[in-house]
Design a protein around this ligand. Structure first.
Ligand SMILES: *[C@@H]1O[C@H](CO)[C@@H](O)[C@H](O)[C@H]1NC(C)=O
Ligand SMILES: *[C@@H]1O[C@H](CO)[C@@H](O)[C@H](O)[C@H]1NC(C)=O
Length: 510
């Protein structure tokens, strides 16, 4: 068996757990005695990232996370960290240094090399992202395995983020450096090359989490994509008391940017606060992210933040799906030109090698999963069930060129009225003319409208729901007759800016 310099290699390993012990001394010391009744169960939460589920499950998990923050930060003045263990690299290392221990741990860890197991931990204020991870994990792993010896405990410490990145914290200014303890004599068979050991990667991922209260967003434009959310954003941002987190779509907090988290990271909250303070303008803060309406975790999160309101812009489902299809699936005769015109999305086209010459393809089973993923009806009905009129406003694109819409919205948002002279309803981010073969073929339109029947029904229902506080007659008519862009001559010809609105000057402003 390979016995090449085992002492030295073990020295590196134990040496590192030594440096964790020393550098992490203050955090560890405080963490060991940080036990308060209201935290029962919380520091031991070590659940896999099962972050999708039905309403009850999701709301329950979100609520649990908020309670943890409230108890840990609000009551105990502690800090909450999300700690993830990279199972593959961790077990791989242990397997080389202490196989029996690795085997025992493998039985309690998800046996998927790519898995990262997450948990939420409450720590004393002395802990940092650099220090808490290994300690919290060690405790969890120790608790799971009965009769763990001290040597095993030392070996079981997962490697945290690179030591010394921000320097070890020695709170009182007292350097707490101790001499390394004598290395325990160990007859471990070391099968790993030294260089491998030296380059061992971080096995722990840590982010500090904060309360949603620190995300000072007052309202979101939550969707739908392709229905005029950009136009609405541009119109609202011209109100003197309304600002947005970003001039474009903001994915940092919700949808993909939420990264399956039940709480926002401190990093995200700080970045938002810095941008807000730079803007220096008091008033309402909006965020536009059309993916929210298709993303249950995000809209459930928003639902639980009572001060956050949600605006949805709806539109004709056929026109909307045609634009999506053009971007994702249509065969453009000249793909490069299409990319330049923004009719095709390069990264999507490069990741696949097929395309469809007709939107007829949407009727085939091949596209049924994609089509389902674009549909809004189930989410829309869920949102209406959850939110009341005070917190959800459903608009139709046909109402975006009506000044009354904006005065109603301002009032609903509890912002001052738009100035008398305000007239900045802009239509942006559109594409005129024929986008696919859809508008050339009426049979195809009828078939696709039939396929989209649940969309029409849900949107009609939503507008009827909204009509209790805000009537949208033009939209009602358009929906009832299933009028699509194919039925609007002015949509199919060039405008003053050709087919596009790319030029800022001289483009249509309704
Ligand atoms: C840590 O200790 C060093 C050495 O005594 C000291 O210079 C430094 O200010 C200390 N750092 C903190 C954060 O207290
Ligand atoms: C119109 O679409 C239908 C259904 O996809 C198809 O059968 C028909 O051939 C199309 N007509 C023309 C003129 O392309």
């Amino acid at each position: 068996m390979l016995r090449k310099k085992p002492q030295w290699v073990v020295g590196v390993l134990v040496g590192c757990s030594w440096c964790i012990r020393v550098g992490f001394a203050s955090c560890a010391e405080d963490y060991a005695t940080f036990r308060i009744p209201c935290l029962q169960g919380t520091p031991n939460t070590f659940r896999p990232g099962a972050h999708s589920g039905d309403r009850k499950t999701m709301l329950g998990l979100l609520d649990e996370a908020s309670q943890t923050i409230e108890c840990c930060v609000g009551v105990l003045q502690g800090r909450v960290f999300e700690v993830g263990l990279k199972v593959g690299p961790y077990l791989h290392r242990l397997l080389h240094t202490y196989p029996t221990l690795a085997e025992r741990l493998a039985t309690i860890l998800e046996n998927n090399p790519a898995a990262i197991q997450y948990g939420m931990f409450c720590s004393p204020p002395s802990c940092e992202e650099e220090t808490i991870g290994p300690l919290a994990l060690q405790e969890v792993l120790l608790k799971r395995l009965a009769r763990f010896s001290d040597e095993e405990a030392a070996l079981a410490i997962p490697r945290g983020p690179r030591a010394g990145r921000r320097g070890w914290s020695n709170r009182s200014g007292q350097p707490k450096m101790e001499q390394p303890q004598e290395l325990p004599e160990m007859e471990t068979e070391v099968l790993v090359k030294e260089t491998e050991v030296l380059e061992m990667e971080t096995e722990v991922l840590v982010k500090e989490l904060v309360s949603w209260d620190e995300i000072g967003v007052d309202f979101v434009i939550a969707g739908l994509g392709r229905c005029g959310t950009t136009s609405l954003h541009q119109s609202l941002v011209s109100h003197p008391n309304i600002a947005f987190t970003s001039p474009s779509e903001d994915y940092k907090i919700f949808a993909e940017g939420q990264s399956n988290r039940f709480l926002p990271t401190k990093q995200t909250a700080r970045a938002l606060q810095i941008r807000s303070s730079q803007r220096g303008q008091p008033g309402l803060l909006g965020l536009r992210n059309p993916a929210i309406s298709l993303y249950p975790l995000s809209y459930y999160t928003i639902f639980l933040q009572e001060r956050m309101k949600m605006i949805l812009v709806l539109c004709d489902p056929l026109s909307r799906i045609e634009k999506q299809f053009m971007w994702f699936h249509y065969c453009h005769p000249d793909v490069e030109a299409a990319e330049a015109r923004k009719d095709a999305i390069p990264r999507v086209l490069k990741s696949r090698n097929d395309c469809d010459p007709s939107i007829h393809a949407l009727l085939s089973s091949r596209h049924s999963a994609w089509l389902r993923s674009q549909m809004i009806h189930l989410h829309l009905l869920e949102l209406i069930k959850l939110f009341r009129h005070e917190r959800l406003f459903v608009l139709h694109r046909a109402s975006l060129n009506d000044r009354k819409t904006y005065s109603t919205l301002a009032e609903w948002l509890q912002a001052p009225a738009f100035p008398q002279t305000w007239n900045q309803m802009r239509r942006v981010n559109f594409r005129l003319g024929h986008r696919t073969d859809l508008c050339h073929n009426q049979t195809l339109q009828v078939l696709l409208k039939r396929r989209l029947a649940p969309e029409y029904a849900a949107i009609q229902f939503a507008l009827r729901w909204q009509s209790r506080t805000f009537q949208q007659l033009a939209a009602d008519r358009e929906l009832m007759l299933h009028i699509s862009r194919c039925d609007k001559e002015e949509e199919l010809v060039e405008g003053p800016c050709g087919l596009y609105d790319l030029e800022e000057q001289g483009c249509p402003t309704w």
